[in-house]
Design a protein. Structure first.
Length: 273
């Protein structure tokens, strides 16, 4: 094997190991007892695998409630982000807007802003609107935060679709909104799936806003709920790992189900954008 083929394969192996090892370690830890985890020397495989940690994860905290809250918040924010970003991307791709390049550059710059800089104004805004401890307090910020990335992804796909398809539809009486819904979005399905996955994962994993904008147990999402498993002076890692595995399942299922569309969307978007 030549060096030109060896190095890319080694790099790919490093990336795979770097991504898979933490997940595998969490899974193995969730199957151990605390005594085995504290034993020395360290054992990588559980000597006596147990599911007791999973039972405790559901018994000690309302984990199903946290999962439901995360599904509702992530689902609604994803739907809102994709709908609004589709309209914005269509305008940038089809309408003759002045400063199109400047707008796209601004989207890139806004997407790079650290979330911590937005926490105080968002908290004050939600408090003024009376939305604290509601789904809207998380759905609206998550959707807004996902808009730049979703819009950039969709613009690349919309630009690649021939205008003749829309012109033919408009001759037959279709409006611009109708052409977007009936022609552009179906032809850009990989891009839509990519934008939706990115928005969903971003909302599912977010912690700072979920901690700041919700304080009641009934509104906590999974990232905030996971912190409640730790004690004041102890960290029951097997228990926390079991809860983490449960929290990873919905995202893993979603990504596996749409794997081909996501990979294709990211690749095509990068080539066409």
């Amino acid at each position: 094997m030549t060096a030109s083929r060896l190095w890319p394969r080694l790099a790919a192996l490093v990336v795979i190991v770097n991504g898979a090892f933490p997940v595998l370690w969490i899974l193995l830890t969730s199957l151990k007892s605390e005594a085995e985890l504290d034993a020395r020397p360290i054992t990588y495989l559980p000597a006596a695998p147990t599911l007791a940690n999973y039972a405790r994860a559901f018994a000690e905290q309302p984990l199903p409630l946290y999962l439901l809250n995360s599904v509702i918040v992530a689902g609604l924010s994803t739907a809102l982000a994709v709908a609004v970003s589709a309209l914005a991307a269509y305008a940038l791709a089809r309408l003759r807007l002045r400063g199109r390049t400047l707008i796209l550059g601004a989207l890139v710059g806004v997407s790079a802003l650290p979330l911590v800089t937005l926490m105080v104004p968002l908290f004050q805004l939600m408090r003024g609107l009376g939305l604290l401890n509601t789904y809207a307090a998380l759905v609206l910020p998550y959707a807004v935060l996902s808009l730049p990335v979703c819009t950039l992804v969709l613009v690349g796909f919309f630009d690649a679709i021939p205008r003749d398809l829309e012109n033919a539809a408009m001759i037959d009486g279709c409006t611009r909104l109708g052409s977007l819904v009936r022609i552009i979005l179906p032809l850009s399905a990989p891009g839509v799936a990519t934008a939706a996955i990115l928005a969903f994962v971003n909302a599912w994993d977010e912690f700072l806003l979920a901690l700041s904008l919700t304080s009641s147990q009934s509104m906590r999402t999974v990232p905030v709920g996971l912190t409640l498993y730790q004690g004041e002076y102890a960290f029951p890692w097997p228990l926390i790992s079991a809860a983490l595995v449960v929290a990873l399942i919905p995202v893993a299922v979603l990504i596996v189900a749409f794997q081909e569309r996501v990979v294709g969307g990211l690749t095509q978007g990068g080539l066409k954008g």
